[in-house]
Design a protein around this ligand. Structure first.
Ligand SMILES: C[S@@+](CC[C@H](N)C(=O)[O-])C[C@H]1O[C@@H](n2cnc3c(N)ncnc32)[C@H](O)[C@@H]1O
Length: 465
């Protein structure tokens, strides 16, 4: 781990800031624009956009925001070499897919193998054959309608749930789907079938996203005793096929070539060797927020059913790689210290440790461990990023603030300050949205404590190396 022990991080000086809409600093050379504006980064727009809409993802980006970043931050002249765009926390691949579809090369890391599958299949969209997807879809529907003599009931080894995940009637249909697609020989078509299942499986289960995964009865919804599984999956497969067709036609019409996209299923902070030093021309990302949203737990069904994991130990390994870990995994440890100097953050942690001290792991001391871990990992993230970015290029981070035990934690400001101490030439924070909604922390213990007047918000941190 690259630490800057002993090197104090000074608060951001005015001189290190630049105005968000200053064309001279941001606009790509030759840009006609006098002003730069970035569209809303929230995922909502993606729900209806071809390819992006295949898989829903909490805190995913909007494609429009990425498109604006590509237009603003990649220089128009780049010596004939295709620029490389990085998303270190790629999720289901909004940044990478948008970059590739605009002809840039893209590389990303993602520790969740289900999200990485989504990235890979989407990045492959221009090479997939929509006709083959449709042909297999029709064959599946025929298979599903044939009278069945039963067949094996495929419930993944090691998967535990509080209540029955699928009703017996639904489970039988799910098993038939697996029986069908495990015999598909073309790996890329089989991957489309796996992804389609992952995207819709919760909709016919006894669980629901609210936005964390919980039982339907717990959310006041009835159990699902039966469902038309083939129709739900076929609708998703047809949507994917239609998008592949549209994606390919748009390239044929414009005679443009998509860029080359790569997703590494690994911890970004251990990605050196996979991504060349000073090879990245733009980084756009949204790391996990300091809100303990559990991407791994919330995708447990997909991870088990699609055979990415088969034990809680497998899940734990992914959890340990998560930026900031989780409160549940660090709350009981001895006090975790910051591994770099930052007086304001240290003061925040000291204050936090004194709040509801009697609750130990469940009060300030437990939460302080989580906050310290989050910033220690963020420090590693920013030092790795600094090594990978080409001098003069930009990094854009979208992140939310947090209210923990009544204390507001201005995550974006701290990330900007840590980045400057890591050697970034400039860092600026702009708040883009307040009263963030749909977040798992709103009702959880994370916000308990003295009432805070702070509101949840989202900011963009723009870094220049
Ligand atoms: C906010 S989401 C990103 C969503 C993404 N912008 C999109 O549009 O799909 C953060 C992602 O970071 C991933 N992640 C967490 N820690 C990571 C690490 N150390 N290396 C790589 N990915 C990580 C999580 O699994 C999660 O998918």
């Amino acid at each position: 781990m690259a630490l800057s022990a002993g090197k104090a991080i000074a608060p951001l000086q005015q001189a290190t800031l630049f105005p968000l809409f200053d064309k001279a600093l941001y606009a790509s050379e030759g840009s006609e624009k006098d002003q730069i504006s970035l569209r809303n980064p929230a995922f909502t727009e993606n729900k209806s956009l071809p390819v992006h809409r295949w898989v829903p993802w909490i805190a995913g980006f909007s494609a429009g925001f990425i498109s604006d970043c590509l237009a603003c931050f990649i220089p128009s002249r780049f010596n004939g070499k295709t620029p490389l765009v990085l998303d270190p926390f790629a999720g289901v691949g909004t940044t990478l897919v948008e970059a590739v579809s605009q002809g840039f090369d893209a590389v990303g890391c993602e520790i969740n193998p289900y999200a990485a599958l989504a990235c890979r299949v989407k990045l492959n969209a221009s090479r997939l054959d929509s006709g083959e997807v449709l042909r297999h879809c029709e064959a599946y529907l025929q298979h599903a309608r044939k009278p069945s003599s039963g067949g094996p009931n495929r419930i993944p080894k090691g998967f535990r749930s509080r209540i029955e995940f699928f009703s017996p009637k639904v489970q039988r249909q799910v098993s038939r789907y697996f029986q069908f697609f495990s015999a598909i020989e073309q790996a890329e078509i089989a991957d489309v079938f796996r992804l389609a299942f992952g995207a819709v499986m919760v909709s016919f289960s006894n669980y629901t996203y609210e936005p964390s995964l919980g039982t339907r009865p717990g959310a006041g919804k009835p159990l699902i005793e039966d469902a038309d599984v083939p129709t739900v999956i076929a609708a998703k497969l047809r949507q994917i096929a239609a998008d592949i067709q549209a994606f390919r036609s748009s390239f044929l019409e414009s005679e443009a070539e998509p860029g080359c996209g790569t997703i590494h299923v690994r911890n970004f902070m251990d990605s050196e060797g996979q991504i060349g030093r000073e090879s990245v021309d733009l980084m756009v990302t949204s790391p996990p927020y300091l809100n303990n949203y559990h991407y791994i737990r919330n995708t447990r069904p997909q991870l088990f059913w699609l055979s990415f994991v088969d034990s809680s130990q497998d899940l734990k390994e992914i959890e340990d790689a998560n930026l900031g870990k989780y409160w549940q995994t660090v709350r009981d440890k001895d006090p975790i210290e910051l591994q770099f100097n930052h007086s304001e953050l240290t003061a925040v942690l000291d204050r936090l440790r004194q709040i509801r001290i009697e609750k130990k792991a469940y009060g300030g001391p437990g939460w302080a461990n989580y906050v310290a871990t989050y910033f220690n990992d963020s420090h590693r993230f920013l030092s790795t990023l600094h090594r990978l970015l080409r001098p003069g290029s930009f990094g854009v981070i979208v992140v939310g603030n947090s209210i923990i035990q009544g204390q507001e934690i201005k995550v974006a400001d701290f990330l900007a300050e840590i980045a400057v101490a890591q050697g970034f030439r400039q860092a600026q924070v702009e708040c883009v949205r307040s009263k963030r909604v749909g977040n798992s922390i709103t009702t959880s213990a994370i916000r308990k404590g003295k009432r805070s007047k702070a509101v949840l918000s989202e900011s963009i941190v723009i870094l220049k190396k």
